[in-house]
Design a protein around this ligand. Sequence first.
Ligand code: ADP
Length: 402
Amino acid sequence: MNILVINAGSSSLKYQLLDTDSGEVMAKGLCERIGIDGVLTHTGNKSDEKFKFDIAMPTHKEAIQSVIDVLLDPEKGVISSMSEIDAVGHRVVHGGEFFSDSVIITEKVLKAIEDCVPLAPLHNPPNLIGIQACRDVMGPDVPMVAVFDTAFHQTMPEKAYMYAIPYKYYDQYKVRKYGFHGTSHRFVSKETIKFLGLDPENSKVIVAHLGNGSSISAVVNGKCVDTSMGLTPLEGLVMGTRSGDLDPAVLEFICKKENMDVSEMVRILNKESGLLGLSKGLSSDFRDLNEASENGNPDAKRAIDCLCYRIVKYIGSYVAAMNGVDAIAFTGGIGENAALVRKTVVDNLSYLGITLDEEANKARGEDKVISTPDSKVTVAVIPTNEELAICQETAELVKNQK
Ligand code: ADP
């Protein structure tokens, strides 16, 4: 089966065409500046060459049309007819309490995604527009699947997802912890169990997804029991530009001092905080900070120290939450590549009987155990692949429907 995976943002749209049998990426690319002018960057599997086109994209519909056109292009394309696309998998950010799994998109599903817009006002609307644009361009007969960032975390127990605030806010507005990056946490926890030969029905795994946005989850017997992101992706770890956890009273304190409203403050917590804020604006990108820190920059060092310390604390709290742990998996751009972060974190887990295998920790971008064989808990690098996960979940649903 060939599955088109779509990740639609407000002015951009990422796509991949994957072959489910081989797992091969047949083509991938990105539409940018939708609603402004429009740029399409495309790579097919016939060569590594990247093609860049200026194409008018007043709306997502023209963006999807240009993706189909380039996939069908006799030279740069990889298929000869639209019928070679068997299904489309859409990344959808928020499924609220409606969806604990991926689903075939129907009118009822679209309505439920719309009902979740208040929970993700910046993300769900473009996701919906992407789905509608695909329908318009590809017709009603191509099956489409929604794969939610929140779904994997729906197994969290009440004690983990409730905030200790008046219950009416949950009752009336569904204010609670939802968690995000669920597609990655599901994929990586499954892969960890498989790679390490753990018993899927008797396993405790912690997944640290560390990228520009970062989150960590506790997974018992393949089911999520806790995760660090919350009602929105702002809660939890120190991220590229997000603060993660803080005393909520900080908002009022700074707002009063700076004569700011709360929306502006939340924007600062999302866009100007985290590594960027801690490094006094130096960078939100770990590689830049690592280089600066190696050259003695104290602001970069502070940011990296805070990042690692928060991860260590979360791992400790999830070991406590699960009353033990069998494996810890690092994933995401930082988790897969930043040996320094893994070393700093693992060196602080000696109380769990874990020792880092320094040689193995040089690993990049492959499934690899980085703890020594005598460690009581196994630590591994397990690269994530959200597009492949969306493709697999889409294929499974569509096959079962037939
Ligand atoms: P996103 O959350 O946007 O998907 P990624 O998972 O791609 O982000 O992660 C981006 C982060 O990973 C950045 O901070 C970047 O510096 C870091 N990163 C990417 N490659 C490397 C590398 N080779 N070494 C260290 N850090 C890296």
